[in-house]
Design a binder for this molecule. Sequence first.
Ligand code: SF4
Length: 358
Amino acid sequence: MSTRPPRAAAPSRPATPVAAAVPRRQSWGAIADRVLAGGAITREEALALLASPDEELLDVLSAAWRVRQRHFGNTVQLFFLMNAKSGLCPEDCSYCSQSKVSDAEIPRYNLLSAPKLLEGARLAVERQSKTFCIVISARGPTEREMDAVCRIVPEIKARYDLNICACLGLLTPEQATRLAEAGVDKVNHNLNTSERFYPEVCTTHGYADRVATLAACRAAGLKLCSGGIMGMGETQADLVDMAMELRLLAVESIPLNFLNAIDGTPLQGSSRLTPRDCLRGLAMMRLVNPGAEIRIAGGREIHLGSLQPMGLYAANSMFVGDYLTTKGQLPESDYRMIEELGFVITRGAEAAEPLCGE
Ligand code: SF4
């Protein structure tokens, strides 16, 4: 057990001021109409969505569903994570169990061997995943780690019909180019929150460093996977600003995590999300980023609880199996949930593109 005393809950922030023109009940459908016609939800509307009352939740979700349905039909894409190097990270991200400031009881190991990574890829296929995510805990990859990833990716792609997403920390333009040349399809590097709130969750690197890594990956021809975390003490304005920044960056794949405030991390015990908050977060992300692949990520079992299936009316993808240092629910439960919704799992390169343009 951790010896770290529980951190006091983040001070509650003043409610986000909402512009006078707050959309009312019937307006959520009108916003969906506008987004479907190629227009955009405004910042004020996105803020109003997050602040909307529970009585409007189904209207909000219905608006998100219409947009999700246009781009992805009833398909669900599964992603499989492999924690290829665990713990031992010199950074101080306060939400992360692998950081230098975490006492969390997690496995700590260096980069896994090639056979173990190949076995992970096999498991990804077995679990009907479209994408195999190779994740290491690091500020950025060492030369040895870059070499190992660049060697294993062509081998995986020769054996399995998988997209590869690499999450290796901060990357230089040269490193991004090497990953693209090795066959990596996409790089994950989460913004995590807004520029304003970022210094409150990490001091060893900055928001601008993260944006620079995304820019380097884009310049190298890689697709971008970048999202964030709800429940770290941020305001609703921080969430909307992050979503808007992801839109500006034209990020193709957006994982939205719900803070699992793991014992031993500085944010231990601090998350106070309701399942309805999580649904509003997913719906806002969908309406701001209509054609992006939006993924219900870590913390879904804990925070969405029995409302998990409803999240898929806004999001169109999920992780299957375990997360980096925590357990997910059994894959069979995910398959059953998808089937009971009348949705179908899709995989393969064609699923990476929206069904129709924005
Ligand atoms: S850089 Fe990544 S692995 Fe390291 S502490 Fe931050 S989130 Fe965790």
